[in-house]
Design a protein around this ligand. Sequence first.
Ligand SMILES: C[S@@+](CC[C@H](N)C(=O)[O-])C[C@H]1O[C@@H](n2cnc3c(N)ncnc32)[C@H](O)[C@@H]1O
Length: 329
Amino acid sequence: MNDPASPADALRSSLATLLDGLPPRQAAQAVERLIASYRGATPTDAPILRDRADVAAYAAYRMPATFEAVHSALEAFAQAVPDWTPGSHTDVGGGTGAATWAVTATWPGERGVTVLDWAEPALQTGREIAAANPALRQARWQRARIGPALTLDPTDLVTVSYVLNELTAPDRTTLLDTVASATQAVVIVEPGTPDGYARVIEARDRLIGAGFHVAAPCPHSADCPIVPGTDWCHFSARVSRSSLHRQIKGGSLAYEDEKFSYVAATRRPVTPAPARIVRKPQIRKGQVLLDLCETEPALRRTTVTKRHGDLYKAARDADWGDAWPPAVD
Ligand SMILES: C[S@@+](CC[C@H](N)C(=O)[O-])C[C@H]1O[C@@H](n2cnc3c(N)ncnc32)[C@H](O)[C@@H]1O
């Protein structure tokens, strides 16, 4: 029997199929127009994704990146709750369902999955793409507007990925309170920009106020040590570029790096990382410089040298976003 494709590969080929029949020029134009609307004033009063061609193009362009970002956040979360697997998942503002794919990549197998969004074309396309993922066979794709009237059925895990940016401040607060009362675990992902980070911190504070513990990326649930306005906590996920990407962005690079900010929080007991690497490690001759967020909570640079033996080898292999020191198996 052939090995089943990994969720990342299955997603990529399902997205390629989705674009079949859509002339590449039209797909590229749709993406460019959508990127322009996303750069414009948000939140909006009506869905930006208007029809199937819009959604197909945007999904092909953006889903691999949001999938990788959410997958990284979920993997960090899973390390902090090693004995836990969600039995059900709700993706709020789920669009075409990138986060549902990331959940199946982190915790394989079928579970009750619900995707909520106000854009019907996104839900329809999401359902089509998900046909390539056996773990999403039973997923329910439901129209719902995030706002004061939103209700959520109890669920083990909620994801809110690249959505807060599209909401008004009151809707963000209401959403977080609704999520906090419906679930024991929540993962929020935003673009890795100063504004994205600010929305993540706002969400983090709200969740802690509702009794959640931060599982990742922070090693603690105390205040973030970053002085507002001086820096922003964000991470990077590597994404292979598709031919549509190359057409829109030009150049021949085979990959790009998606920058994202996130918080994963739960009501369950957590074992957060002792520290997290919050910048790209700098490898010098015989030493590695690591910028860490630690439990104090404090930001600190540490230098790991050859005389640290195995720890030095681990530092050479360490990535931005990893826990430090690495867990020993
Ligand atoms: C940038 S997309 C992100 C989609 C998906 N979560 C992902 O990570 O790929 C934002 C999504 O939020 C949805 N959205 C924005 N405002 C909404 C609202 N008030 N109610 C429901 N969905 C909303 C949009 O329709 C869109 O699908």
